[in-house]
Design a protein around this ligand. Structure first.
Ligand code: PLP
Length: 285
């Protein structure tokens, strides 16, 4: 089946879905994005993703390209046209097309919007979660606003490639004080020897993950203790469990950090339970 992409008002065959060479997303990474999980043909936590999109756009002074209701229709229609049951839907908005000049283009320049969707193999994802992933750590060399979900992802790209080359699936960024900020495309969590679940508080230094918020709710409902505080890589390596959260992976157990096994080197029971519980605390539209 051929894939379909929404590009600036039109649904096009994916291979012909093109953006202008002077789109500011292409020229300057001047844009933002969202990734929502699609499950059983429903979009997961669309409301919270669109709220974060609105916040990211406002922070960069880019207009919302259409009303949230219309945007929602485009997201669902892209999912439908691609016949995605389980997978992701991707949305990108940039400051639009204009003659190359760093400063903002003339007022009224229309933002560009692209939406794509693709299926994933759920059996493969469950298999990966049952095995857990390895992470590496490296210095956080990003700009000071990772809370904005910008398409400017070069440090994340390089970190992910470093992880790949080290036989790992994720890279955890470490701030100047030695604390883990987050993963290249996920939020980072540990479970202490006392059984407390620990994750960094939300501030400008990390993306306020929607899956993170869902897991916070799941933890509250299961009576576990959540402590929002920074933790170091050393603490993580000695933790009972570790895991990451992201819309594309839900809750993914971490079994090795920089080559050191976490706990007994197998996915922990709390991470597995939070993965099982996740969708009971998410919204479906
Ligand atoms: N942190 C970063 C840097 C990310 O890129 C992502 C997701 O892509 C996340 C955290 C997790 O966010 P969410 O749970 O909203 O997918």
């Amino acid at each position: 089946m051929s894939r379909i992409a929404y590009v600036n008002g039109r649904y096009r065959p994916h291979r012909n879905a093109l953006i202008h060479v002077e789109d500011r997303g292409y020229q300057f990474a001047d844009g933002v994005y969202e990734v929502c999980e699609v499950r059983a043909a429903h979009i997961v936590d669309e409301r919270r993703h669109l709220a974060r999109l609105t916040r990211s756009l406002a922070a960069l002074r880019i207009e919302l390209p259409m009303r949230p209701k219309a945007l929602s229709i485009v997201l669902h229609e892209t999912v439908r046209r691609n016949r995605v049951r389980d997978g992701i839907v991707y949305l990108q908005v940039t400051r639009g097309v204009a003659r190359r000049d760093h400063a903002f283009p003339a007022p009224g320049t229309a933002p560009s919007m692209v939406v794509t969707a693709r299926s994933h193999d759920t059996a493969k994802a469950e298999h990966a979660a049952a095995a857990g992933i390895a992470v590496i750590t490296l210095a956080d060399n990003r700009w000071a606003r990772p809370d904005i979900k910008s398409v400017s992802l070069l440090p994340n790209v390089l970190a992910k490639q470093a992880a790949r080359e080290a036989g790992a699936r994720e890279a955890w960024f470490i701030d100047a004080r030695g604390f883990v900020t987050e993963g290249a495309s996920s939020n980072a969590w540990i479970v202490t020897a006392a059984g407390d679940v620990v994750t960094r508080p939300v501030d400008n230094g990390i993306l306020n993950g929607i899956s993170r918020a869902v897991v916070v709710d799941a933890i509250a409902a299961t009576g576990l203790r959540l402590i929002e505080r920074p933790f170091t890589a050393t603490e993580a390596k000695a933790a009972r469990e570790a895991f990451v959260t992201a819309a594309s992976q839900i809750v993914q157990p971490v079994v090795r950090i920089d080559g050191n096994p976490v706990g007994d080197g197998r996915p922990g029971p709390l991470a597995a339970a939070l993965r099982r519980e996740f969708h009971r605390h998410a919204e479906f539209t």
